[in-house]
Design a binder for this molecule. Structure first.
Ligand code: IMP
Ligand code: MG
Length: 179
């Protein structure tokens, strides 16, 4: 795609595939004999979760949640609204939340509180990307794809106003409409 706002590629498609394979193997080992509920956070995690689940060598089920944070499209206020809840119960289940990116961590913190309130057996997080320098709350992320510097990124699910999710790589965004 030709677009001047697509900057330097940070993670190439083959690096994404290799890391997703490693994470899938690790998760398969850790959840051997269990049947976790994989929870995808719409919409950014859809691409990652589809690839990741195909690297999981075990029974698992998938469900989705959609949340929206009050605030601008690119920075989080920490106040989160559930737009679409899970279809299934997670009571007594092992839950693995799959996120595209953890930035301030506020969205995820809210989500984890909400999930724990439903009495699951366990809740862990798998994030493709994390920006440790931006973190505002302490979170235990069990599985991390890549730690990246504090720059806005697009592709492989990550958007700016819904665009760029379909890029097969993760790139810096050099456009202007990001604070
Ligand atoms: P947090 O609550 O600050 O951790 O925000 C997490 C959400 O902000 C992610 O699920 C993304 O939707 C969005 N986000 C944060 N950083 C980026 C980025 O670099 N590119 C695209 N979306 C981002
Ligand atoms: Mg977004």
């Amino acid at each position: 795609m030709r677009d001047a706002a697509i900057g330097e590629v940070l993670v190439q498609p083959d690096e994404l595939a290799r890391r997703v394979r490693e994470l899938g193997a690790e998760i398969s080992r850790d959840y051997a004999g269990k049947e976790p509920v994989i929870i995808g956070v719409l919409k950014g995690a859809v691409f990652f979760i589809a690839d990741l689940m195909r690297e999981m060598d075990m029974h698992c089920v998938v469900d989705f949640m959609a949340v929206s944070s009050y605030g601008s499209s690119t920075s989080t206020s920490g106040v989160v609204r559930i737009l679409k809840d899970l279809d299934m119960s997670i009571e007594g289940r092992d839950v693995l939340v799959v996120e595209d990116i953890v930035d301030s961590g506020l969205t995820l913190q809210y989500l984890l509180r909400t999930l724990w309130a439903r009495d699951p057996a366990s809740v862990e997080v798998c994030a493709l990307l994390t920006k440790p320098d931006r973190r505002r709350v302490e979170l235990d992320l069990k599985y991390i794809g890549f730690e990246i510097p504090d720059r806005f990124v697009i592709g492989y699910g990550l958007d700016v106003d819904e665009r760029y999710r379909n890029l097969p790589y993760v790139a810096h965004y050099t456009g202007t409409d990001v604070d």
